[in-house]
Ligand binder design. Sequence first.
Ligand code: NI
Ligand code: MN
Length: 238
Amino acid sequence: MAQLPDGLTITWLGHATFLIETPGGNRTLIDPWVMNNPSCPDDLKDPGPINYMLVTHAHFDHIGDAVELASSTEATVVAIAETARWLGSKGVENTVDMNKGGTLELDDIRAHMVHAVHSCGITDGDQIIYGGEAAGYVIEVGGFKLYHAGDTAVHSDMALIGKLLKPDVAMIPIGDYYTMGPSSAAEAVRMIGAKTVIPMHFGTFPVLTGTPDDLRREASDVEGLEVVDLEPGGILGA
Ligand code: NI
Ligand code: MN
């Protein structure tokens, strides 16, 4: 298993929501969906102080609490340009409207926005608004790299992400139906190259049927692979 640097922690809040805390005390929430996230433990529905939010795409199960948490925490919200501008129109004061391929310094974090294969419509009342494209992030903290793939099908850019950014830990969806399931996730693991994998986006709804054991079985050929069994609320690192 990848050894996280001292003081770097990854907390799974259920579904695709993760809190990254750095040794410098930077608290970054990926995909802010807590209040109505059935997988989020009650004591984490208020995640406390947040410096940054990284949004992979505009579906409710990733962006559901972005506006409210931005207001209560004054966090800066990073998203692809169209979704960031929509958040701004909803009253989020501090937004960063970046795009894929770009890199951003957020205090002691470097965030790379990378490709994902998924849709990104924004539900706004009874309308669906164009939200740009779904993305993932590679987050560097002191040379250590975490890849959050977002919602995605398996795609060949994962090999490029593995080659160029060399993630140490990968958070990948395995639930199937809206994203890749276990057998394509196993191919993703082969391309990404990270030997520590945190499965996400499974079990939250009945259609998300993939399990970590399925991924373990499908990826049993990958030498040294550790599929981490976090429970929602569980923490990697210390
Ligand atoms: Ni989605
Ligand atoms: Mn989703």
